[in-house]
Design a protein around this ligand. Structure first.
Ligand SMILES: [Zn+2]
Length: 252
């Protein structure tokens, strides 16, 4: 049982509690929730900041990288002196500074198909903001198998995409319905191709919002849609993402 919100928490979360679509009931659900964030990078930084500030009760941060000077242009949870520190340790310290009501669990491990089920055990939502397809598939497959809603965000240069996946449900797609057996596009990386800092901030913030919606539903259903963000054109588009009957992940 999650204890009721304290006076300090009622003050802190007053701007959530006054929202009729969210309210005290939503805030209490956030407090009771456990969220895994895979990748404490450009997407993870704002997501961790917003989810800690918002009062998610337990955050598990999974990343095996260390902070590098070239991360600091976009990974806003880190400060210059964090260079060389394990990302999950620096991010956990920052999250605790933002909100002492949040339990933060840093896990400095690279997630892979062999350990993903264990690393994601017991969480209510997974946010994947990692930077490579091997990890994305490992996370998506483990989340699918355990029926954990997956919020997946990705960025490159001036664009991004966001999806929410609960592919075990009859009409909703899984991550593999979207990407297929093997990604059509060649793997891109921020290191080689670059990315404008605020692009990661926008997609990471949207991912945090979808984690909150998955925990305490408000507004429209997000699963089954794909948001495409083109910031060269300042254009947001939402496509319907159907379930693929022949999908290797969720098909029959
Ligand atoms: Zn599928």
């Amino acid at each position: 049982m999650t204890p009721p919100l304290s006076d300090d928490e009622l003050d802190r979360y007053a701007r959530h509690i006054v929202l009729k679509e969210f309210g005290g009931a939503g805030q209490t659900r956030l407090k009771a929730a456990r969220v895994a964030i895979v990748g404490a990078g450009g997407i993870g930084s704002p997501a961790i900041q917003y989810l800690a500030a918002a009062g998610v009760g337990h955050l598990r941060l999974i990343d095996d990288d260390r902070v590098e000077p070239s991360n600091l242009q976009r990974q806003t949870i880190f400060v210059s002196d964090d260079a060389g520190t394990a990302k999950v340790e620096a991010a956990a310290a920052a999250a605790r500074r933002i909100n002492p009501h949040v339990a933060v669990e840093p896990v400095a491990v690279r997630i892979d198909p062999a350990n993903a089920a264990t690393l994601l055990a017991g969480v209510d939502v997974v946010l994947d903001g990692c930077d490579n397809f091997a990890t994305r598939f490992a996370v998506a497959d483990a989340a699918f198998a355990a029926h954990i809603p997956l919020v997946s965000a990705a960025v490159g240069q001036f664009e991004g995409q966001l999806g929410v996946y609960r592919g075990w449900e009859p009409v909703l797609p899984c991550y593999r319905c979207f990407v297929g057996e093997t990604p059509e596009r060649a793997e891109t990386s921020c290191a080689e191709d670059g990315v404008l800092g605020p692009v990661t901030g926008i997609l990471g913030s949207l991912a945090a919002l979808e984690v909150m919606r998955a925990i305490a539903p408000f507004g429209d259903e997000a699963a089954g849609k794909l948001l495409l963000v083109d910031l060269l054109a300042l254009r947001f588009r939402t496509l319907r993402l159907p379930k693929d009957p022949g999908c290797a992940g969720c098909g029959s």
